[in-house]
Unconditional design. Structure first.
Length: 215
């Protein structure tokens, strides 16, 4: 059985992995671009797309989704033997929470990161791949109906818990704990979006918004 120290080390490694922000890594490779000084000031994929274009944003998403997947699909099992199924799922959830927190509050970049959406996609892909279509479809439907990326992300995160209640009788408790914590955390990271939506100043993704005003 793994020791408490081994579990703590895994969670710390997951946090450090999360702290490797795709936007700032790609920005450094592109000559020192820091998108936190551009657009919305957020270090996530949406701001990367709006300020740097789709190719830059694509690599950002690959890194941020990839590290979420690695943190739950690979890291918990790495050099770890004797784990029961229950112990493994709880360790995966600990690493999942850590990698998302690392993305939002990255130690490598002054604790100023993104909002965790792309990393959370990678986490779901590594933790419960069957839930990913539900999460992505919820995100897309809400985006098409409202045009709000932030609202889409928050409701898609909530959709994970709903999916768990309906589809996953086994391991339901740890997945629900994870889902509720992540839902509250994503609402927290999108608090500025909520404020702008309430004040009517939030930007919309007009190309995907079905009900956008026609010129």
């Amino acid at each position: 059985m793994p020791t408490l120290l081994e579990i703590i080390i895994k969670i710390i490694v997951a946090y450090l992995l999360g702290s490797m922000l795709g936007s700032l890594i790609v920005g450094k490779l592109k000559g020192g671009v820091d998108i936190r000084k551009q657009g919305s000031g957020n270090a996530g994929g949406t701001n990367a797309l709006r300020t740097q274009g789709w190719q830059f944003a694509l690599w950002v998403m690959v890194i941020d989704i990839g590290k979420g997947w690695l943190a739950v699909a690979v890291l918990p099992r790495w050099f770890m033997t004797g784990l029961s199924a229950t112990a493994l799922i709880w360790l995966q959830i600990g690493c999942a929470l850590a990698v998302v927190v690392g993305h939002v509050f990255p130690v490598w970049f002054g604790f100023r990161g993104g909002k965790g959406a792309a990393t959370l996609v990678g986490v779901v892909a590594g933790l419960v791949p069957a839930a990913l279509p539900c999460v992505l479809v919820t995100w897309l439907v809400v985006l098409m109906l409202t045009g709000f990326v932030g609202l889409s992300t928050m409701l898609a995160t909530a959709g994970f818990s709903v999916w768990t209640l309906v589809v996953m009788p086994d391991n339901q408790q740890p997945l629900l704990v994870f889902g509720v914590i992540m839902m509250l955390f994503v609402v927290f990271t999108h608090r500025s979006n909520i404020s702008r939506m309430l004040s009517g100043t939030e930007n919309r993704a007009k190309k995907l918004w079905l009900f956008r005003p026609r010129a």
